[in-house]
Ligand binder design. Structure first.
Ligand code: GDP
Length: 455
């Protein structure tokens, strides 16, 4: 995997900018830099920035005045000799500089190749490299926070005790294979089963955090449902503090569903206002209802808006029944009016978490915002532990747990040590794949293909 060639790429986004950074990595980085400066005896101090004139190595034409930083191997991001040229951000100029470097012998870097080299040279493990990508792509504060923690090596640190325990369990099994003629004593097997059970449960709870981790990273789909005139559009607008939906007194005006993005405490929320789930009066409304059902199916959280100034109707009950399978929250709207809603006394809404608000005055909206996030943040472990935000990691953790379950079954069935060991080794391999210790070339290239060029 070690490539001896020197790669080059623009590390800042393409387009016009004040400054743009061209990055070189590989054994010839310094030689190419000398050629660009037309100074064969140039020996820059590592990690220091200095200002130099760049020239075309063939025509000697002045290209730019640029800030140059040299990072000497192994003290660099990739572990190789790295040169960074902070040029003026003119696309034509940048193309000329990169072209000059290519003519000197550098190769255009593939997507993620700098980070891949950092992994190959042991400067980053695979989950840290993925965190570099996630950090660059993060859309929310929550995503930035998680990626930064993963980049700091928290996930690998969290996995290490699992691997240590696995090895502790593997060693005596292996040695009993070697040295003991008889089967392992019952007591030892019982102890092993307990340990495996504990370990697989711990792996599963870590994998479980993916539900919250994914949502905090990618956002939460929230659908607003309720009978016509309950105040869905008003709640929608109040949450967005904008006026996109048309608010009227005529039942059934919000015929189409409307989605907008907002953030609550840095978490993106895709809020969808739907037409009322009610017996369809005409075909247009029928379409709206279908969209509502789809919105409920797609939603991570469904908010049922109820007109608190009225008694709970059969229609409200039907809507509650419709959402009962999904995660939902009751919003009792119109608290500025006399409240006639009977609250939890009614069978259908009993036990459902509810928030009382007024879309007209804004009362209760702080509580509502909190209640929208609560089901996702409450199930997440405290801020001190890592969340799984990557589907690949989630899958591998589940596979590791499943392998341990098959070892447990093997023990129950009185299978031989080597059969018990298969599951243990599989689990160790899956955990290793998360950090990249046991990852094949194919998987690596698949992962790095999702990076941007210059990273
Ligand atoms: P939707 O059909 O569920 O989307 O309901 P709308 O948002 O269109 O609201 C229906 C009617 O209820 C409109 O006349 C709103 O002004 C009124 N409304 C909505 N929220 C409140 C509220 O909190 N208090 C009062 N007094 N009226 C409200």
């Amino acid at each position: 995997m070690r490539s001896p060639d020197t790669i080059v790429a623009l590390s800042t986004p393409p387009g016009r900018s004040g400054v743009a950074v061209i990055r070189l990595s590989g054994p010839h980085s310094l030689d190419y830099l000398k050629s660009l400066l037309r100074k064969t005896d140039f020996s820059p101090a590592p990690n220091r920035v200095s200002l130099h004139t760049l020239r075309d190595p063939e025509s000697d034409e002045i290209l730019d005045r640029a800030l140059i930083t040299y990072f000497k191997s192994p003290q660099s991001f990739t572990g190789e000799d790295v040169v960074e040229l902070s040029c003026h951000g003119s696309p034509v100029l940048l193309l000329h500089v990169i072209d000059a470097l290519l003519r000197l012998g550098a190769r255009a870097a593939d997507p993620g190749e700098f980070t891949l080299r950092a992994v190959s040279n042991g400067h980053l493990n695979l989950s840290q490299a993925e965190a570099v990508r996630d950090l660059i792509e993060a859309q929310t504060h929550a995503a930035v926070r998680q990626a930064a923690r993963q980049l700091g090596g928290e996930l690998s640190a969290r996995l290490q005790p699992f691997k240590d325990t696995l090895i502790e369990l593997i060693v005596p099994l292996e040695s009993s294979l070697e040295f003991v003629e008889d089967d392992l004593p019952e007591l030892v097997l019982a102890q092993l089963t307990d340990n495996l059970k504990q370990l697989s449960q711990n792996l599963e709870s870590l994998a479980e955090t993916f539900r919250s981790g994914r949502l905090l990273k990618e956002g939460i789909n929230v659908a607003l449902v309720g009978r016509p005139n309950a105040g869905k559009s008003s709640v929608f607008n109040r949450l967005l503090a904008s006026d996109r939906a048309i608010v009227t007194d005529i039942p059934g005006t919000t015929r189409d569903s409307l989605s907008e993005l907002l953030t609550i405490e840095g978490v993106p929320i895709l809020l969808t206002d739907t037409a009322g789930v009610r017996q369809a009066g005409d075909t247009l409304e029928q379409l709206g209802i279908e969209r509502t059902r789809r919105a409920i199916a797609d939603a991570d959280l469904v908010i049922v808006v109820i007109d608190g100034s009225q008694h709970l109707s059969g229609e409200d009950e039907a809507i509650c029944a419709e959402v009962s399978e999904s995660k939902h929250l009751l919003v009792i709207n119109k608290s500025d009016l006399e409240i006639l809603y009977e609250g939890g006394l009614n069978g259908v809404t009993r036990g459902i978490q509810s928030v009382t608000v007024s879309a007209i005055t804004g009362a209760g909206f702080d509580l509502l915002r909190h209640a929208i996030l609560a089901p996702f943040t409450d199930s997440a472990p405290q801020d001190t532990s890592v969340l799984i935000t990557n589907a690949r990691h989630f899958d591998l953790l589940q596979r590791a747990a499943n392998s341990l379950y098959s070892s447990q079954r093997a023990i129950q069935q009185g299978a031989s040590e080597d059969l018990i060991l298969v599951g243990l080794y599989d689990a160790l391999r899956y955990l290793g794949e998360i950090t990249g210790e046991t990852t094949t070339e194919d998987i690596l290239s698949e992962i790095f293909a999702t990076f941007c060029i210059g990273k």
